[in-house]
Design a protein around this ligand. Structure first.
Ligand SMILES: Nc1nc2c(ncn2[C@@H]2O[C@H](COP(=O)(O)OP(=O)(O)OP(=O)(O)O)[C@@H](O)[C@H]2O)c(=O)[nH]1
Ligand SMILES: [Mg+2]
Ligand SMILES: [Zn+2]
Length: 378
């Protein structure tokens, strides 16, 4: 029987190492049977590890340490001291989804982060330019959006921009389908089909209902790791519980006034699903800033259009021969999509400038501007 991540693990207190002593993992060879490793999304052969070390996956991160899963059970582990060095790039620290080498001991230590096959990140909230890892080694990102007041195509585009370069595929899931009639649902699906890149799968479901959520089964096959992202209240933990077949994650009512959630989930958690996939539930994100790395390929068709403008440096204002203006006037380019194209390009370029400044050791050009937009509402 597989030990799973408990719904609300006890918050650790600093210096409370007693827990760790109690949870020292035996260097358990059985836990390294391929079947057990597949349960935590590991593919292929066991990597060569020195004796006394075992392969595990970071299932959760708390202020005072990590929870890792070895395919059979979860236990607490501390990062090796080198991960705590102040000048270390935070991206090199263990993150939820990472496969890690753990050295048995009291407490066990994460001594190595194995190469990542994908990384989903955003720019961290706040004034300083920093990147934050949302999850690693994921194959699929489920962008969950309520069909209620949460529905916002511009925010979905923003998610797609972040997912594009991560190495994972995107899947858009519209929750709360049970609360809206077929016409409303069709209108939402139609709007997204017109706005999102061709081939982006979109499904509308009742996240509370296993039968309804079963449309996701073909994506969540054994060995796949999926991360759930979306605003607070979208139903990420509700869907997690439905896919698990039991209520492991806490869920919270949304506010009646605007359908917003109350930030019930506060930590990312990786959970093996009964069907063989792994799912990462995440806290609702208030801000979803681009990192500066985005290629913004989701707007490739608009780039193509812009390439047809008469002037190479066309600003798509009142220049003669502007192909973008012509497409807007002809109703062939959605004005909302065009606005989001410009907004995300401007933001991406500003983030590149900030990153370059930071690498030069200079002042962060945006830092004094108190850049505190909230992207929850675009
Ligand atoms: N009717 C209906 N209610 C849903 C659905 N999905 C979620 N809910 C409700 O929406 C509320 C918020 O759900 P949560 O699962 O807590 O949302 P979350 O995305 O995990 O939110 P955070 O943890 O705050 O980020 C709960 O009251 C759920 O019961 C759905 O498809 N239909
Ligand atoms: Mg939640
Ligand atoms: Zn133009």
């Amino acid at each position: 029987m597989l030990a799973e991540v408990p719904a609300r693990t006890k918050p650790w207190r600093r210096g409370q190492t007693g827990d760790n002593h109690a949870m020292t993992p035996p260097p358990n060879a059985a836990a390294h049977a391929p079947a057990a490793l597949h349960r935590i999304g590991w593919r292929g052969e066991l990597p060569p590890l020195p004796p006394g070390r075992l392969l595990a996956r970071v299932a959760a991160q708390h202020r005072a340490g990590y929870e890792v899963h070895d395919g059979e059970r979860t236990f607490n582990a501390q990062p090796a001291p080198r991960f705590l060095k102040r000048n270390l790039d935070p991206a090199e620290r263990p993150a939820v989804g990472d496969f890690v080498a753990v050295e048995a001991g009291a407490p066990p230590h994460i001594v190595e982060v194995l190469p990542r096959r994908s990384v989903l990140r955003r720019a961290a909230a706040g004034e300083r330019y920093a990147r934050q890892i949302i999850a690693t080694n994921i194959d699929l990102v489920l962008v969950l959006t309520g069909l209620d007041g949460d529905f916002n195509p511009a925010r979905i585009e923003r998610y797609l921009a972040l997912i594009e370069g991560s190495g994972a595929h995107a899947l858009v899931v519209l929750s709360k389908a049970d609360q809206f009639d077929a016409r409303h649902q069709r209108a939402a699906l139609h709007e997204l089909a017109a706005r999102l890149p061709q081939g982006t799968p979109v499904h509308a479901i009742d996240a509370r209902d296993a039968q309804s959520a079963a449309v996701l089964a073909p994506y969540l096959t054994p060995g796949i790791t999926a991360a759930l992202v979306g605003s607070s209240g979208a139903g990420k933990s509700t869907l997690t519980n439905t896919l698990l077949g039991e209520a492991r994650m806490a869920t919270g009512e949304t506010r009646a006034r605007d359908d917003r959630g109350r930030h019930t989930t506060t930590h990312r958690a990786l959970l093996p699903l009964p069907g063989g996939a792994c799912l990462i539930d995440t806290p609702g994100m208030r801000e979803l800033k681009l990192t500066g790395d985005e290629a913004l390929d989701l707007f490739a068709d608009i780039d193509e259009l812009a390439a047809q403008c008469r002037f190479a440096d066309c600003a798509h204002g009142s220049e003669p021969g502007c192909a973008v203006r012509a497409a807007l006037d002809a109703g062939e380019l959605d004005p909302a999509r065009w606005r989001q194209y410009r907004k995300l390009h401007d933001e991406r370029d500003a983030q590149i400038t900030r990153l370059e400044e930071r690498l030069r050791g200079g002042r962060d050009p945006l830092r004094t501007h108190r850049h505190r937009d909230r992207f929850d509402r675009e």
